[in-house]
Ligand binder design. Structure first.
Ligand code: ATP
Ligand code: MG
Length: 317
């Protein structure tokens, strides 16, 4: 009997020429439509990453000032600010992040801890913005105005002052004019409240980005927030026009998560970005390591989702 030789069964390079499958074909064949949900998730993520990473982010001629706000705690304001800002900065787009939350998580995630003066001193007239803005070690085109716990006292301190809602606006606008810095984006990370600090952020902004956590009570509080934004627009800041929502912590595999996304999109069809951020442990791991996803794991599906959101935000005006 003829001896079985496995080497003979391997097709030669000539036989294979023109017949090689590329990585996408192999994934589509293995993970195709009738495969497991993990398989189709992997296929979806791979194809999305390829398409998102091949696109360029549109540049902005003017400085777009965006408050990232939601009075609900823990919905992803800081995570959104950090990862949207770093996704823009990774492209070389000049970005300033103002940390307007006394918890100062944004400052530390961007590698800038307040040493000496910060945004509290700026808003109380003890320092100019140019004295506190520091370059982030993550990307050279990213700068941060850090905060510290001192900021928690400012609402009481400013309570009796005239035009107390416009303090940040004055400081920021005079800094932008005097420094000659050509930031394309200024993101302001807000604390979970609708107090004077948030009012200052909204008065200084032309746009708002609202992270919406995809959970059972997702819609609760959104109307109140939109009413507040509208009151600010009518009373203090007619330039506050572009309102965007971004769905965060989406779990593609649960029906509840899908239904909540649909309900939010149905309630605010023109406001909700079509890109959404998946709930992934990698996001929390990056935050725990005090880093942005863009630097911690740029290939993570959540980092890809943030880049996709940036492409969309850049096109939105
Ligand atoms: P606060 O109201 O206290 O300022 P926040 O709205 O800024 O909170 P984050 O601090 O960004 O919310 O997020 C709250 C927690 O949820 C953090 O531990 C963060 O790592 C985690 N988180 C945010 N987005 C995601 C996500 N897409 N997947 C997994 N974890 C997430
Ligand atoms: Mg926060």
């Amino acid at each position: 009997m003829e001896e079985f030789k496995w080497e003979d069964r391997i097709p030669s390079a000539r036989e294979l020429r023109g017949g090689f499958e590329n990585a996408d074909d192999i994934l589509s064949r293995i993970m195709g439509s009738d495969s497991s949900s993990i398989g189709s998730d992997l296929l979806h993520d791979t194809l999305l990453a390829k398409s998102v990473n091949s696109k360029r982010i549109k540049r902005s001629d003017a400085t777009r000032i965006v408050s990232v706000t939601n009075q609900k705690g823990g919905v992803g304001k800081t995570t959104t600010t950090v990862n949207v800002a770093t996704s823009f900065a990774a492209e070389g787009i000049p970005v300033l992040v103002i940390d307007l939350d006394p918890q100062a998580n944004t400052s530390s995630s961007l590698g800038v801890r307040q040493r000496g003066k910060g945004i509290y001193e700026v808003m109380t007239g003890q320092a100019g913005m140019q004295e506190v803005v520091r370059e982030s070690p993550i990307f050279p085109s990213l700068e941060v105005a850090p905060s510290s716990i001192d900021l928690s006292a400012i609402e009481l301190e400013m309570a009796g002052e005239p035009q107390r809602e416009a303090v940040l606006k004055k400081c920021l606008f005079s800094y932008l004019e005097r420094s000659g810095k050509k930031y394309e984006y200024v993101f302001i990370d807000c604390a979970p409240s609708l107090g004077l600090l948030v009012l200052n952020a909204l008065t200084a902004s032309r746009e708002v980005l609202i992270p919406v956590q995809v959970e059972y009570y997702a819609l609760e509080g959104l109307n109140q927030l939109l009413r507040t934004i509208n009151l600010v627009r009518l009373n203090f800041n007619p330039d506050l026009k572009n309102v965007m929502m971004i769905l965060n912590m989406v779990d593609r595999r649960t029906i509840l998560s899908r239904k909540i996304c649909e309900a939010v999109r149905e309630a605010y069809p023109s406001l909700v970005l079509s890109s959404s951020i998946p709930r992934l442990v990698r996001v929390a791991e990056a935050a725990a390591a005090g880093e942005s996803l863009t630097s911690f794991d740029p290939s993570s599906p959540a980092a890809v989702a943030y880049r996709q959101a940036c492409i969309e935000i850049a096109e939105r005006l």
